[in-house]
Ligand binder design. Structure first.
Ligand code: ADP
Length: 435
């Protein structure tokens, strides 16, 4: 493997040299001794002995020189920085998927994230074969030809849709021969979260405009009628003004909910730290909704402890939260004729103590397929029913955000035809934490 190349070459370069030299020295020493003795006993002429010694010396030294030259050549190849472990470690250590290509578009290195993103990418194979998008192939060709960075979009559909921006950056990598090799560094940046936020923002604006436009259209329609055909009709004027008042109230409520939602979102990261007793807050909301309960002929049963139950909370937000839950129960569960608001201490799934406030009604309930989407903005089970009730479709979304800020959670249980129960769970206040 390329990673091992320089280590191997450096060991062959340095470790065997003294051994080989030592062997040559021993041979030369032995040859000198034998030849010296032969000359000493007049068995060999000194001139011939010298010739023989030179031949032996050449035989001992030349193969060693040849070997060292071969090792040096091998080392030059192995020390190519493109293959060096540092380059490979750099690519491997990049947080995003990254691939290093040679000037032909062949993969030299790729990190684990890239291998996971595009399993067809293989070392020593052309990247074009793996990333078959014409846009990417063009970008790669252009980056190689112009040595300028190029961008392309990479779409992945498995296991979920992902949008990636692919950036191809030419990088000159120095070679062992003093020049540079033009390589291409290909990095992928996941734009999926940004894209999702962008889609959500666009949906939100479209929904909010639609919700505002509906009552606005009704208002201007009635204004036209009152100025024209119904100008002198006192009875019709009275009726239309009543409808206009309801529409204007709905618009005001929608704007109110939108502002509350954005306020809660803005402070989502700041957990409320004021000690609040939940009991008077729940009672205040229930008292305020008494006229609505009477109008809908619903009996509200309040089952709360006598002693204070404090949590770290924001008073205004908690009023809003319970108002939404109890009002929904009175509006959508009115047919059950009964709503129970209760408070109890419990233990969460993670084993932490919490306070649960449950609002239970005995109305038509909610079909299970709607439950996971109820806290989405503008989601309603029945849009017409919600509008008739003066709903904005933002109430439960606001409840969820307020609970998130309080580090709590919302439990929704429902049995169709047997009512629904919405439970707000708050972490129990640790002694001495809140003011
Ligand atoms: P809305 O302003 O429409 O009431 P919410 O976010 O408060 O908006 O509620 C979303 C939808 O959830 C409602 O339109 C309604 O269809 C459904 N819903 C909420 N509470 C209840 C309930 N207690 N019983 C039945 N359906 C409910």
């Amino acid at each position: 493997m390329a990673l091992d190349a320089p280590t191997t070459s450096s060991s062959t370069m340095f470790a065997p040299w003294p051994d080989r030299l030592r062997h040559s020295a021993i041979i030369l020493l032995a040859a000198a001794l034998v030849l010296g003795l032969l000359v000493l006993f007049d068995e060999l002429l000194p001139f011939r002995a010298l010739i023989a010694f030179l031949c032996i010396a050449a035989a001992a030294l030349v193969p060693w020189r040849l070997h060292s030259a071969a090792v040096a050549r091998e080392d030059v190849r192995g020390a190519n920085p493109v293959e060096a472990p540092a380059v490979s470690a750099l690519v491997a250590g990049m947080p995003d998927p990254a691939v290093l290509l040679d000037r032909a578009g062949r993969v030299i290195h790729l990190n684990a994230a890239a291998a996971q993103l595009a399993p067809a990418l293989r070392r020593n194979e052309l990247a074009q074969f793996a990333l078959r998008s014409p846009e990417i192939i063009t970008a790669l060709r252009e980056a190689i030809a112009t040595t300028e960075p190029r961008r392309a979009t990479y779409l992945d559909h498995v296991p979920v849709d992902r949008w990636m921006e692919l950036v191809i950056t030419p990088v000159p990598v120095p070679t062992a021969f003093g020049g540079t090799d033009k390589c291409m560094l290909m990095t992928f940046h996941d734009l999926t979260p940004l894209r999702r936020v962008e889609e959500m923002r666009a949906d939100f604006v479209a929904n909010a405009s639609h919700e505002l436009r509906t009552p606005l259209a009704a208002l201007s329609g009635f204004i036209d009628t009152l100025q024209g055909p119904a100008k002198d009709d006192a009875k019709a004027r009275e009726r239309f003004l009543g409808i206009m008042h309801a529409q204007a109230t709905r618009m005001a409520r929608l704007i109110d909910d939108l502002l509350s939602l954005s306020r809660v979102e803005l402070s989502a990261h700041v957990r409320p730290d004021t000690s609040i007793d939940l009991i008077p807050i729940i009672r205040q909301v229930a008292d305020g909704l008494e006229p609505l309960a009477r109008e809908r002929q619903v009996v509200v049963e309040i089952d709360l402890p006598d002693s204070p139950v404090t949590i770290a909370g924001d008073r205004e937000e908690l009023l809003r939260l319970f108002e939404n839950l109890i009002e929904n129960a009175l509006k959508y569960g009115a047919s059950g004729g009964r709503v129970i608001v209760s408070l109890a201490a419990a233990v969460s799934g993670e084993g932490t103590p919490e306070i649960r406030v449950k609002v239970r009604d005995f109305g038509p309930g909610i079909a299970p397929e709607h439950l996971p989407r109820l806290t989405e903005r503008f989601y309603r089970v029945d849009v017409g029913d919600s509008r008739m009730q003066g709903g904005t479709g933002l109430g439960l979304s606001l409840v969820k955000h307020i609970l998130n800020r309080h580090r709590g959670r919302l439990l929704i249980e429902s049995v169709p035809k047997n009512g629904a129960a919405f439970t707000a769970c708050f972490p129990q206040q640790k002694p001495g934490v809140a003011k």
